[in-house]
Structures are given as C-alpha cells and as structure tokens.
Design a protein. Structure first.
Length: 137
C-alpha cells in the first residue's frame, strides 16, 4: 500500500461540504502541501457540470497551480466526488490521471455517510493508498 493521504478533520469536512454543495454534479479540487502533508485545500469548479465526469476549469487550474508554486508548496492530491457511485476510480479516472506523483481522493456520496478513499494511479495502474483523517478540528 502506498503512503496514506492524511487530512485534518476540518480539511476532510470542507471536501465533503464541497461535494454535497455540488451534487448531483461531481465536485473537484486540489490538495497542496509540503512533504506530503496537506496544508491547503483548493475547492474548484467542475467545468463539465456533469454527475459522472469532472474537468477542472483551465483558468482556475492555472491560478491554483500558480499559487501552489508561488507559495513553495507541492501538489499532494487531486480530489473529486462520485455522487451516485462508490469511491473507486472509473476507467475515465484512470485514463485522465496525469499526475503520477499525486494521490487521487474520491469521495462517494451514495451511502448514508460520505466515504473517501485515496489511490495512486500511474499509467492506469491503481494502488490504494489509504486515507487518514486526523483530529477533530
């Protein structure tokens, strides 16, 4: 198993809140930090406005990646939601996983409680990384 994605309870809750606010469309965003520790959560718009597919708005993505570089951070993970399906990478998710050094967090809203799972996806090969939510901030 790859190194797990570690999020504070507050960071994870902001991702869940974003996913719920965007539902029934998929939500998306970027997690940035240093040394694999998430310091900033960027909640982004799904330019596709689709319940089964996400694509970050290109201008917003440029601005976020510029801010990450400017602040001396690194890309830790990319997240999106699955409003009506399990938190597993779809064939399309695997095809569009362009950042082999990043983790991919998928949050499913299909159950009574949201469920998040993190993966490393390299050349369409998926390895579960695990998700640790730390603290109760």
């Amino acid at each position: 198993m790859a190194q797990p994605l570690r999020l504070s309870a507050g960071q994870y809750q902001s991702i869940i809140d974003h996913a719920r606010a965007c539902s029934p469309e998929e939500a998306c965003g970027v997690l940035a930090g240093a040394g694999g520790e998430v310091e900033r959560v960027f909640l982004m718009e799904n330019a596709e406005h689709s319940p089964t597919f996400y694509m970050m708005d290109s201008r917003e993505q440029f601005e976020v990646f510029d801010a990450i570089e400017r602040d001396g951070l690194e890309l830790v993970a990319i997240f999106h939601s699955h409003p009506h399906s399990p938190p597993l990478p779809s064939a399309q998710d695997m095809e569009l996983a362009f950042y082999p050094d990043a983790l991919y967090l998928i949050v499913s809203l299909m159950g009574e409680e949201p469920e998040g799972r993190a993966f490393r996806i390299v050349e369409r090969e998926v390895t579960e990384a695990g998700l640790e939510v730390i603290g109760d901030d």
